[in-house]
Ligand binder design. Structure first.
Ligand code: DMJ
Length: 453
């Protein structure tokens, strides 16, 4: 019902545009996608499919056939276009077997290749897909590319090579790994900034939240997606996690485990909503952990899930803030006005999903249901679902955006928490960072087929 409400309103007021403004009831365009249109349609495809919303899936498919056009003069975020559009199209292809999605994914992948034309091969953050000219975010330290952006291409590009038969995509992302492996890491940590011209680190800021997050996720998932044959990715993941535990993970005096941010050796005792995905990541990686550490990582995942649940529970709206702090006498609470918003993000629910699947502790379903009730009470409006500007305030102050990841991720993870485990088993399917599905590439080369479901 929630998906229907989000989809129907998008369709009614913003069809073909990127996102919906549910209060103004009109389209919302984000510069992240340049002139590429239809972000919500592509991001929602696999959720519609999984939920059995066949008519909606068909209307999305025919919009894509007729209207999804990459021959536009558009400067796009390579990362966002990859995780939402390439990921969404690949997932729709693997689930439905419809050739149009494979074709569009490969076509878009080719358009993104000029981003890698840098001296080191570390791609630009922004690319004009018509001219092929790239650049980095003007705010990034010393003209650097961002770890969470160039480090979150690996899964999709591996599949693009697999489906197109052209090794170029896989070569590009394997080169990123080679560059990273040659660099000395401060205390074993990966800084968020890397200059694509010099191939050297920028500022030594380290985060498991924004700017770093999905790089770590993709190391683990590269290993899992390779049917556990990519041992280099596995080693990089566990080495990184060990350094993160030593230097970033702390316990508050009230007993909450959190992941701080590291700035040139100093800790900022702040955890982002984005960082909350890490609970699920630690738990998902647990079974591959070095000797004797599996239980430890499952426990770490559970502790992060509890902390993130507290960040929700300590608000008026029962939805978590963008960032919460563990200093100045507070724990798991946002203290700055500009960190009190909630934009329909999925990460906490994502962690509940992995924890539910991996432990079957009923508290994760209970916590997920609390989130459903809070979304229904505070974010649902007549025209769709809206983010909130202050989750501590007693009245809803809407941001008027229905993010496409609400349909791709938040609603999909909720649906899976209340479904049986044989719907998309974790040993066969990898979720990209936008919750799009990519099959494990089996060592015996046989793909997992949707029929298996
Ligand atoms: C999504 O686009 C992805 O989950 C990404 O990895 C981080 N940000 C948003 C959701 O919060």
């Amino acid at each position: 019902q929630m998906m229907k409400h989000a989809w129907n309103n998008y369709k009614r007021y913003a069809w073909g545009l990127n996102e919906l403004k549910p209060i103004s009831r009109e389209g919302h365009s984000s510069s992240l996608f340049g002139n590429i249109k239809g972000a919500t349609i592509v991001d929602a495809l696999d959720t519609l499919f999984i939920m059995g919303m066949k008519d909606e899936f068909q209307e999305a498919k025919s919009w894509i056939e007729k209207n999804l056009d990459f021959n536009v003069n558009a400067e796009v975020s390579v990362f966002e276009v990859n995780i939402r559009f390439v990921g969404g199209l690949l997932s729709a292809y693997y689930l439905s077997g419809e050739e149009i999605f494979r074709k569009k994914a490969v076509e878009l992948g080719v358009k993104l290749l000029p981003a890698f034309h840098t001296p080191s091969g570390i791609p630009w953050a922004l690319l004009n897909i018509k001219s092929g000219i790239g650049r980095n975010w003007p705010w990034a330290s010393g003209g650097s590319s961002i770890l969470a952006e160039f480090g979150t291409l690996h899964l999709e590009f591996t599949h693009l090579s697999h489906l197109s038969g052209d090794p170029v995509f896989a070569e590009k992302v394997m080169n990123i790994r080679t560059v990273l492996n040659k660099l000395k890491k401060p205390k074993g940590l990966y800084p968020n900034y890397l200059n694509p011209s010099s191939g050297q680190w920028g500022q030594h800021h380290v985060s498991v939240g924004g700017l770093g997050d999905s790089f770590y996720e993709y190391l683990l998932k590269a290993w899992l997606m390779s049917d556990k044959t990519d041992l280099e990715a596995k080693e990089m993941y566990f080495d990184a996690v060990q350094a993160i535990e030593t230097h970033l993970i702390r316990k508050s005096s009230g007993g909450l485990t959190y992941i701080a941010e590291w700035k040139g050796g100093l800790l900022e005792h702040k955890m982002g909503h984005l960082t909350c995905f890490a609970g699920g990541m630690f738990a998902l990686g647990a079974e591959g952990a070095p000797e004797g550490l599996a239980q430890h990582y499952l426990q770490l995942g559970a502790e992060i899930a509890r902390t993130c649940h507290e960040s929700y529970n300590r608000t008026f709206m029962k939805l978590g803030p963008e960032a919460f702090r563990f200093d100045g006498g507070v724990e798991a609470i946002a203290t700055r006005q500009n960190e009190k918003y909630y934009i329909l993000r999925p990460e906490v629910i994502e962690t509940y999903m992995y924890m539910w699947r991996l432990t079957h502790d009923p508290k994760y379903r209970k916590w997920a249901w609390e989130a459903v009730e809070a979304l229904e009470s505070h974010c649902r409006v007549t025209g769709g679902y809206s983010g909130l500007r202050d989750v501590y305030f007693v009245h809803e102050n809407y941001d008027d955006v229905q993010q496409s990841f609400f349909l791709a991720e938040t609603l999909k993870y909720l649906y899976l928490i209340f479904s049986d485990d044989d719907l998309l088993p974790l040993e066969h399917w990898i979720f990209n960072t936008e919750a799009h599905l990519l099959p494990v590439l089996r060592a015996d080369k046989k793909e997992v087929e949707v029929k298996e479901k």
